[in-house]
Ligand binder design. Sequence first.
Ligand SMILES: [Zn+2]
Length: 90
Amino acid sequence: MLRVPERTCVCCRKKNAKSGLLRIVVPEDTPIFDRFKKMQGRGYYLCPDKKCVGNFMDEKKINKFLKRKITALPAWRELLKTEVGASCTQ
Ligand SMILES: [Zn+2]
């Protein structure tokens, strides 16, 4: 059987198939989605789940999870809503 690559959600620490998680990279302190999971740099994985995504909407929490100060937060929130709205089926 083929082993499915797994990653840990930065938020809830649950393991999940890499393909089922959102990948985020943070160049220049502004988070962006890495849709094809191929971008350079440190990637963070996040469940497309209300709770984890909700934590990433919160300025204090996102700074804690990504261990840095995030800028352009309103733009990021919009991006998150669009992205999760598209990929989250609940
Ligand atoms: Zn999670």
